[in-house]
Design a protein around this ligand. Structure first.
Ligand SMILES: Nc1ncnc2c1ncn2[C@@H]1O[C@H](COP(=O)(O)OP(=O)(O)O)[C@@H](O)[C@H]1O
Ligand SMILES: [Mg+2]
Length: 336
């Protein structure tokens, strides 16, 4: 069966007064129906721009798709008309973004905001849309849904507003749900509840999910596949288990070490990857992580490494690295 989504060589840039920002560089991957893909990486890695550009939500100018294809159910989204893309977004691909306070309209009731796309895309009657809104609010765990539907965003807590955003994201029973930092602003308990909710939704309606976050911990419990991005590129990708337990990119290794309780020796002090993310208006020539990578070799500064299968790991585990992290770490172990 063909994958649900196939991204080929996606490259996106912004033309700014201070030069061209190379936000997404030659990103290729496939996503199978029913799969949950977690995309992780520090702020500025190109995670959001990659997702927004796939569905025509990047402001242009300054944004520009330099090249690539995004095949969704066989159609290239990058060449669809505005009108067709609008249809795809409303009916087949749902979104949940961070910060529902700015995404929800403060002067419209929750019901109006959820019902409007249903009426527009599916031609639902007012009564049918209202019933569906209540059903959706119940589905995302909002108690007293019929009454809550008539309220305004400011009457909801942050966690409840985020649930409303998820209700909007899944309202059309999307084939694909893209969530971008959807739980980042929430406290840990609410975050856990929302992740439970997503797992439950997947079980019930079988949605394929792209979950974007800067938090490796969130991905561990939710995703089937992890994709680590840095400098607008995929640094490592694979099933959750090998990527977390046998990382081959020094960047992934650094992200894992900076997790609380990370590190095999029970190090409790939080590790931080030294240095700062690259300025993508002056992208490095080779591996973008090389300047921060203690294991970098001269070649890392000269040539971009291709994303290739990791020898001796699980199928689907891929890394972009000229150095051999496993061997380098083994050498470190024997040193005093
Ligand atoms: N509208 C814009 N104009 C110029 N540069 C942008 C714009 N939006 C994003 N960028 C740049 O694109 C790069 C990737 O950003 P983004 O995808 O938002 O990262 P992430 O989501 O991983 O934090 C960053 O260098 C960011 O500064
Ligand atoms: Mg982002």
């Amino acid at each position: 069966m063909a994958p649900l989504l196939e991204v080929r060589n996606l490259t996106v840039a912004f033309d700014t007064p201070s030069g061209t920002v190379h936000a997404v560089n030659d990103v290729s991957y496939t996503l199978e129906e029913g799969e949950t893909l977690g995309i992780v990486g520090e702020s500025g890695s190109g995670k959001s721009v990659h997702a927004l550009s796939m569905v025509g939500l990047i402001a242009s100018p300054p944004g520009r798709i330099v090249g690539g294809e995004v095949l969704f159910r066989g159609r290239n989204l990058l060449t669809l008309s505005k009108r067709d893309l609008f249809e795809v977004r409303g009916r087949e691909i749902g979104f949940v973004f961070q910060d529902p306070m700015t995404s929800l309209n403060p002067v419209l009731t929750i019901e109006r905001q959820i019902a409007e796309p249903l009426r527009r895309h599916f031609g639902m009657s007012a009564a049918a849309a209202r019933a569906r809104v209540v059903e959706l609010l119940e589905l995302v765990g909002i108690p007293d849904a019929a009454r809550r539907a008539t309220q305004y965003p400011h009457e909801f807590s942050g966690g409840m507003r985020q649930r409303v955003m998820i209700a909007i994201g899944i309202s059309c029973n999307p084939k694909l749900l893209i969530a971008d930092e959807a739980t980042t602003a929430l406290d840990v308990t609410v975050q856990a509840q929302i992740l439970d909710l997503v797992r439950d939704l997947k079980r019930r309606i079988g949605t394929t999910v792209i979950w974007i976050t800067h938090d490796m911990g969130v991905v561990a419990g939710l995703a089937d596949t992890v994709q680590v991005m840095y400098g607008g590129r995929i640094m490592e990708r694979g099933p959750v288990r090998p990527v977390f337990h046998d990382p081959r990119s020094a960047y992934t290794w650094g992200l894992l070490k900076s997790l609380p309780h990370g590190g095999k020796r029970g190090i409790n002090r939080l590790y931080q990857i030294p240095g700062t993310p690259p300025d993508m208006s002056k992208p490095p020539v080779g591996d973008p992580f090389a300047p921060r990578n203690p294991f970098a070799t001269p070649r890392c500064f000269e040539q971009v490494p291709p994303l290739v299968d990791v020898v001796g790991s699980e199928p689907g585990h891929k890394v972009a690295a000229w150095y051999d992290l496993k061997a380098d770490l083994a050498k470190q172990e024997v040193q005093p």
